[in-house]
Design a protein around this ligand. Structure first.
Ligand SMILES: NC(=O)c1ccc[n+]([C@@H]2O[C@H](COP(=O)([O-])OP(=O)(O)OC[C@H]3O[C@@H](n4cnc5c(N)ncnc54)[C@H](O)[C@@H]3O)[C@@H](O)[C@H]2O)c1
Ligand SMILES: [Zn+2]
Ligand SMILES: [Zn+2]
Length: 368
């Protein structure tokens, strides 16, 4: 059956998101309908509303959510009604060369249907019957969503759903960048640029990995306080005109072993690369505007054997990494309670986006 749902939608670039009543159609083959319990508000959602991420409008936002399966389509055997699930904004076909090689974030098929379900159509319509695109096959900032089973991961029903939602992006992106992309070694030094939902998770990932020094960098003092709570050993308040790379080299006696850019800015990526020591690794996690670029001094690549790399969704395998993150939380090693600064109703979605933009929250979460 079709269901009515309130959803946060971007209709026009650089305008506040709007909350509308939409129709969510039932699942087709390989799909399920989920009743969402909570959805985190990620900077990537904001980036879709300002054109940094070019996604066709109108668009149902949201890609970091958890809920309960209420209806399954034909041919679905891996999920049934009542299962608790977390959304995955990467679709994994399981068959392309990247999926087979254990790198589903690079799945060729997911690139073909970024704002629809994998078959190229959507199950979402507005009050006038016009189809609505969905953020990364998800569109989970809504009371209901119909999604492909390969964009969902079943989780332990004991896990509180508002905190489980965060594993759908911020946690897996940040902790995964440390565990999977950079494979941070115990005893190493790590610099983290940007202490939002993603950066704070890089910090706690580095703490769990046994990094000895974790230096948090942000332009907001309040974010540096949060960074300390998540495991930063040192903090640097970044001010215009100051050379952060130089300060990091001084602090660490030559530069950190790893630096993570979690803002989305080519110049910061270059600063992260300049800051790392010989043989170090700089990881770009932030998503910059399409025209943005990063310059490195070319000769440092051979002579200093530095690496500049990127990390998409923490280079994760959702069905392996989501349960792994939740297990770390259940064992008291991963902080999720502390990540949620504020909970919002769906009607308060515009406020949640404004608070994200002003840097008020570690993470804001919409609860349904
Ligand atoms: N690679 C991925 O798979 C992936 C996944 C999720 C999000 N992202 C991207 O990661 C970035 C961070 O996302 P988020 O949700 O944590 O955002 P956020 O808005 O919560 O956090 C960004 C932080 O960066 C700080 N900041 C801004 N300018 C800075 C500067 N010049 N130096 C230091 N700090 C600065 C802000 O004060 C804020 O604390 C975004 O670009 C987002 O699109 C990437
Ligand atoms: Zn995200
Ligand atoms: Zn694939």
């Amino acid at each position: 059956m079709s269901r009515q749902a309130r959803a946060a939608i971007c209709r026009e670039l650089n305008r506040p998101v709007v909350v509308e009543e939409i129709t969510v159609d039932p699942p087709k083959a390989g799909e399920v309908t989920v009743k969402l319990a909570a959805c985190g508000v990620c900077h990537s959602d904001l980036s879709a509303t300002n054109g940094t991420l070019a996604m066709p409008l109108p668009l149902v936002l949201g890609h970091e959510a958890a809920g309960e399966v209420i209806e399954v389509g034909p041919g679905v055997s891996s999920l049934s009604a009542g299962d608790h699930v977390v959304s995955s904004f990467i679709y994994m076909c399981g068959e392309c060369r990247f999926c087979v090689a254990g790198r589903p974030v690079l799945c060729i098929e997911q690139g073909k249907a970024i704002t629809t379900l994998p078959d190229g159509t959507v199950r979402t319509r507005d009050a006038r019957g016009q189809p609505l695109n969905v953020f990364s096959g998800c569109g989970v900032m809504a009371e209901y969503a119909t999604m492909h089973v390969d964009n969902l991961v079943k989780i332990d029903p004991k896990m509180p759903l508002d905190r489980a939602a965060l594993v759908g992006c911020a946690v897996t992106t940040g902790v995964g960048a440390v565990f999977n992309t950079a494979r941070v070694a115990p005893g190493s030094s790590v610099a983290v640029f940007g202490c939002g939902g993603v950066g704070l998770n890089v910090i706690q990932g580095a703490r769990i990995a046994g990094a000895e020094r974790i230096i948090a960098i942000d332009t907001l003092e309040a974010k540096l306080d949060m960074a300390k709570e998540f495991g930063a050993t040192d903090t640097l308040l970044s001010k215009a005109g100051e050379d952060v790379a130089k300060a990091l080299k001084k602090l660490t006696g030559g530069g950190p072993d790893y630096a993570f850019e979690c803002v989305g800015n080519g110049e910061l990526a270059a600063t992260a690369y300049r800051a790392i020591r010989r043989g170090g690794v700089a990881v770009v996690v932030g998503v910059a505007k399409p025209g943005d670029s990063t310059a490195v001094r070319t000769m440092t690549l051979p002579f200093e054997e530095k690496t500049l790399t990127g990390s998409y969704f923490g280079s994760c395998i959702p069905r392996i990494d989501f349960p792994r993150m939740l297990a770390l939380y259940m064992r008291g090693r991963l902080k999720l309670d502390e990540l949620i600064t504020r909970r919002y109703s769906i009607g308060e979605a515009p406020q949640a986006f404004a608070d994200l933009e002003s840097g008020r929250n570690a993470r804001g979460v919409i609860v349904f």
